[in-house]
Design a protein around this ligand. Structure first.
Ligand SMILES: Nc1ncnc2c1ncn2[C@@H]1O[C@H](COP(=O)(O)OP(=O)(O)O)[C@@H](O)[C@H]1O
Ligand SMILES: [Mg+2]
Length: 239
């Protein structure tokens, strides 16, 4: 199942900062409160459960992923704090430590996006289907295009899907992003209380409610990311 056609090939002219190691780098960018840390922590655990050494660099001074790690009993997913100016060094340290998939949880400040876009294999722009988030995403799209970045926009904390189709908020957000085509993930992460409920325990939805709908949605996103990064090997099947 390929949920999204994310473009992963480096575009012509992109500066290759990676040195051919096994490390894949996924950066989470977007408006404050959009769900960057939520996506980073949930996907990092899914990567870990699928048998890959995953880690998070928390480059946001608000340090949400780091706070999550501090309450997490399990040390399976290392989380390190880092100022954005030191990102390249921190990524190199992760590479040397044998990390296979690294999530970079970015601060909301758009001025850091070109830098991380050059370092990442994939940039996930997380957004809620709201006007305020849309405004930020619309500003980020040309920045990411200019950086020749492989990126995808992820709708998070969306109202639940209805039998008759997508709720108006989601439909309008998709219409406003129609020009980015398959870079807009065709699924959504729904707003569910189970998501912060897991976070506050230092866990993720695949651990607290593995059969639940939230775990299914994050599982779909992980599969899409995994496909885009062309990661081989077993997939942790989520429902
Ligand atoms: N899908 C979701 N359903 C319910 N709550 C969510 C969801 N995604 C994020 N949240 C909550 O929204 C708040 C902001 O999310 P967070 O991941 O910290 O955003 P960011 O890192 O972009 O600032 C947190 O309290 C988080 O638990
Ligand atoms: Mg955050």
């Amino acid at each position: 199942m390929s949920a999204i056609q994310l473009q992963s090939a480096a575009a012509p002219g992109a500066m290759p900062l990676r040195s051919g190691s096994q490390l894949s780098i996924v950066a989470c960018v977007g408006k404050g409160g959009a769900g960057k840390s939520t996506v980073a922590t949930n996907l990092a655990v899914m990567a870990c459960l699928s048998g890959r050494r995953s880690a998070i660099i928390d480059a946001d001074p608000q340090a949400s992923s780091y706070a999550w790690k501090c309450v997490r009993a399990n040390g399976d997913v290392p989380v390190v704090r880092c100022v954005v100016e030191a990102l390249a060094d921190a990524i190199e340290a992760a590479r040397r430590a044998g990390i296979e998939i690294l999530f970079v949880d970015m601060p909301p400040d758009w001025r850091h996006v070109p830098n991380v876009a050059r370092l990442a294999d994939l940039v996930l722009v997380t957004m809620r289907p709201t006007l305020f988030d849309l405004k930020v995403t619309r500003m980020l799209v040309p920045i990411l295009n200019s950086a020749n970045s492989s990126f995808a926009v992820i709708l998070n904390a969306a109202p639940p899907l209805r039998e008759l189709g997508e709720p108006p908020m989601v439909r309008q957000a998709r219409e406003a992003l129609a020009d980015i085509g398959s870079r807009l993930w065709r699924r959504q992460i729904t707003h569910r209380v189970t998501v912060p409920y897991a976070t506050v325990r230092g866990a993720t939805v695949v651990e607290t409610e593995p059969e639940g709908l939230a775990a299914q949605e994050f599982g779909s996103l992980w599969n899409a990311v995994r496909n885009d990064l062309k990661l081989e090997g077993p997939i942790h099947e989520v429902a």
